[in-house]
Design a binder for this molecule. Sequence first.
Ligand code: PLP
Length: 369
Amino acid sequence: MHPWIADRTAAFESSGIRKVFDLAAKLKDPINLSIGQPDFDVPGEIRTAAIDAIQSGKNAYSPTQGIGPLREALRAEIAAKYPHEDRDVFVSSGTSGGLMLAMLSMINPGDEVIYLDPYFVMYPALLKMCGGVPVPVDSYPDFRLDPAKIEAAITPRTKMILVNSPANPTGVTASEEELKAVAQLAADRNIALLSDEIYSRFFFDGDFVSPASFNDQTIVIDGFSKSHAMTGWRVGYVHGPAEIINTMLKVQQYSFVCSPQPAQWGALRAMEVNLDGHINDYRRKRDLIYDGLSDKYEISKPGGAFYVFPRSPIPSGAKFVERAIEKGLLIIPGNIFSKHDTHFRISFAASDETLHRGIEVLRSLVSGG
Ligand SMILES: Cc1ncc(COP(=O)(O)O)c(C=O)c1O
């Protein structure tokens, strides 16, 4: 290792997803079912609002907590859903920025954080950067949020439970009962509950439920990246107990400074955009991929996000992904998100034509396909 590089960076590897993308760079016209962002573009009125902001000189730093109108619009929406006296909100530099600030503001070295395996790759990396101890709880084979398993993982060092529903990489959603039980457990044991709700709008069966409905101390992280296809704009938000929010703002002041101002004006407009068409389209795509594969692959039907996480037909998910890539299909091996190498992630945020081509390749890769 180069002598100038800090020890903390050696605790985690760079994202395995990049390695798959490098492999894929050699493919001509790949069938790409690997991407973690919507296949539609940012709605036109949002683009116009951001361009207008740039043209009218709204290009400086914004207040650390975000532009007033966006923060107020978010505050009103949040207060209507969670009428907690002590709940405050600020605009972060994407959901990732919010996650980083949450960890820096709450995790002391040695603190344990419980979350489900499989998990979003950023969780263990961020935790290790802060000296925290990841405590992944195995959720195979159905990937459900089992309150009994969470409870069994609690120790005197447990600082936080991190939930993500709908989940990346499985698309599985937690039920109201499961969330209520975990929210109650966190409250009873005085453990911080952090809810990553970036996929909350992509909820296909029924209405989205947040653990904040059952635990008024829940810290919620959400954003515009996935819902409005604004991944490059870097606008997220965090709401929770005022003192925690203020501490996160102190750290934001000395790190991200603010979310890009023109993008925040775009996000303000985004709050008025009706996403029903896109959500219905993604529900249909979920059904298309699930119906196209479930007779050949073991799959937990996803209730949200835009991922499915089937079991590999051969013992190693990573080997299976290599075979798929040889046939031009780009998917992500499950061991990037998990200690198990038995599954693979498909993103169905793709055109129907790409989905049909992907299904065809995947069916040809199982015996009797
Ligand atoms: C579960 C989860 N949380 C957070 C993020 C980060 O999103 P953002 O673009 O808002 O930083 C992602 C992106 O893939 C995600 O899958």
